[in-house]
Ligand binder design. Structure first.
Ligand SMILES: Nc1ncnc2c1ncn2[C@@H]1O[C@H](COP(=O)(O)OP(=O)(O)O)[C@@H](O)[C@H]1O
Ligand SMILES: [Mg+2]
Length: 241
């Protein structure tokens, strides 16, 4: 493969990314020079123990926090040089976020929670079609408190996906779910990756999830200690822990 094609495949490129919190005695270096590239269409799983900086990494890629140093190129555009307005536009246009706790709006129905973000996009997916593929169509008129945790997370994934984002960032997406539901959610992410072609970054402390990834990043003490391509990812349904 030629250089040009190799370059085009790279979707997220992070160079010497640094981030600290606090000052003086309380200074804490969280990311200490992160370098990695993630290709378009990949499922990338970042592993690391609690407190290793996974959420910070995701928040920087999501433009929710500022880096101290380094660059973050998404589709060739360096986020660290964007003005606030352009960063907002990047988040609206390019990104979907999924969190451990679903952050649904309690007074809106399942369908309405998804419709809210559909309005942010110029080319949203059809909400009813999406509800069907999420297995939520029959529950569309219920409120979040009337459905299970797994269904709430499906709704949160739908809210992120309805914009048809290029990049889906997932922070411990199964952290609050039981084994069976976790696997269903991971299967859904696998489907979504296949169907919509979006690049997915999942951060988790559950090492078993790495087996379904195309790329595995391991974070320790603010550095990537392992960056590996997985030639034969396992289907999410086959994962076990
Ligand atoms: N806003 C903040 N202010 C101060 N320290 C923070 C802040 N956010 C995270 N940290 C600290 O940075 C470290 C990494 O946090 P985080 O990125 O949340 O790790 P992980 O997601 O891997 O558990 C932790 O020690 C955490 O306490
Ligand atoms: Mg975290």
């Amino acid at each position: 493969m030629g250089d040009t094609m190799a370059t085009q495949r790279v979707y997220v490129q992070v160079k010497d990314l640094k981030k600290h919190y606090g000052d003086g005695d309380a200074r804490l270096t969280v990311l200490d020079g992160i370098d990695t590239s993630i290709n378009r269409g990949e499922i990338c799983v970042m592993l690391g123990p609690s407190g290793s900086g996974k959420s910070t990494f995701l928040n920087l890629i999501g433009g929710l926090e500022d880096a101290d140093a380094g660059s973050i190129l998404v589709d060739g555009c360096d986020l660290t040089t964007l003005k606030a307005g352009d960063l907002g536009e990047y988040r609206r246009r390019e990104l979907g976020f999924v969190f451990q706790f679903y952050n649904l709006v309690p007074d809106l129905t399942i369908k309405e929670n998804i419709e809210v973000t559909a309005h942010l996009s110029k080319n949203p997916l059809n909400v009813d079609d999406l509800l069907r593929s999420l297995g939520l169509y029959e529950h569309r008129n219920k409120f979040p408190r009337q459905v299970s945790g797994g269904q709430q997370q499906r709704c949160a994934i739908g809210r992120a996906l309805v914009k048809n984002p290029g990049l889906l960032l997932c922070d411990e997406p199964t952290g609050a779910l039981d084994y069976k539901t976790s696997k269903e959610i991971l299967q859904l992410m696998e489907d979504v990756n296949r169907t919509y072609g979006c690049t997915i970054i999942i951060v988790t402390h559950n090492a078993a999830i790495a087996r379904m990834a195309n790329r595995v990043l391991r974070l320790r003490d603010g550095r990537i200690v392992e960056d590996e391509l997985n030639e034969s990812p396992v289907a999410a349904a086959e994962l076990d822990w």
